[in-house]
Write a protein that binds this ligand. Structure first.
Ligand code: PYC
Length: 318
């Protein structure tokens, strides 16, 4: 039996799981969190696979490796990852991390700064247990980009950064409802493949790996829109996706449809809600504030028996 063990705490944020690795992870050095994310991805991918892939994980699992911060005014650093790779940023995961740190007694209500690969974000644990995250600056880089998607026809969408790169598509393709999840997944995967084929990217050639489809809310009295979000890989986000909501807020602001002080209520495919608001920081750039709720729902210690062929997870390539 190996002496390696990982201690993890599970939560879900409006339906989307987060598994925080509290201890037992590899030494990633003392560089910036972005530098440490590269080391994790290139040299210690076993951790991601062990945490997110079966038999311990599943396709929707998002992992969060708790680190010492690089920025001195932060309470911690974090690197997010899913069943295919590291993520630049994750807001549902930051909300999950916040309630996990509170569960461990490491933070209380108030504002806390967290160091991530794309910059410092602020998370506010409110007295009612909900959490609001002030994300990194977000912006739209292209509007109404037309892509011919085989089998679906011409699809028109915006490209925006909300901590990850998104292609945002409104009112096209299958209706946004749970009975259409398979079709929505195919539609979103086909759009993403076509973006890649046609070399349509975010800034600096960065891959657009999240596709966000929007439609009308199931009940306009409590939401402004409902979405279906395809994560990197083939899983859909069970929550409304916080970085996707950030990208949506940037697009609404760029279209003159959302002003500081106004609230956008984004429902996800399970009809759970993230609330969004913005602060303008520069021409075309906003700070998105995204709030939601998370619940701690488990705690485990993982063992790595050298006779277990799947101790580091079942690779997706099987
Ligand atoms: O909430 O930002 C988010 C997110 C990204 C991927 C899954 N959830």
């Amino acid at each position: 039996m190996s002496t390696l063990s990982l201690h993890v705490i599970d939560s879900h944020t409006e339906g989307e799981p987060t598994r925080v690795v509290i201890s037992g992870g590899p030494d990633l050095g003392s560089g910036t969190i972005a530098e440490r994310a590269v080391i994790l991805r290139e040299q210690h991918d076993w951790l991601r696979s062990a945490v997110c892939n079966e038999p311990r994980g599943h396709e929707a699992m998002v992992g969060a490796l708790l680190c010492e911060p690089y920025e001195p005014d932060c309470c911690c650093g974090v690197i997010f990852f899913n069943n295919v790779s590291t993520l630049h940023m994750c807001i549902h995961g930051t909300i999950g991390l916040t309630v996990t740190l509170a569960h461990l007694g490491k933070i209380g209500p108030g504002i806390h700064r967290i160091d991530t690969p794309v910059g410092v974000v602020e998370t506010e644990l409110r007295p009612d247990g909900s959490v609001e995250v002030a994300n990194v600056p977000s912006f739209r880089t292209a509007a109404a980009v037309k892509v011919n998607v085989p089998g679906w026809g011409e699809v028109c969408g915006d490209i925006a950064w909300g901590g990850n790169w998104f292609f945002l598509v409104g009112n096209q393709g299958p209706a946004i409802q749970p009975s259409n999840i398979e079709d929505l997944t195919s539609f979103a995967c086909d759009i993403r493949n076509e973006l890649e084929k046609q070399g349509i990217t975010g800034d600096h050639g960065m891959e657009i790996d999240h596709i966000d489809l929007f439609g009308p809310p199931s009940d306009p009295t409590w939401a402004d829109s409902r979405n279906f979000l395809l994560c990197p890989g083939k899983a859909y986000d069970r929550s409304p996706c916080g970085t996707g909501t950030s990208a949506k807020l940037a697009c609404l602001h760029a279209d003159g449809k959302l002003k500081p002080g106004e609230i956008w209520r984004q429902a996800g495919i399970l009809d759970t809600i993230f609330c969004g608001r913005i602060e303008e920081i520069a021409e075309g750039k906003i700070i998105p504030y995204v709030s939601g709720r998370a619940w701690v729902n488990g705690e485990s210690t993982y063992f790595f028996d050298s006779t277990d062929p799947f101790r580091y997870g079942i690779p997706l390539s099987i």
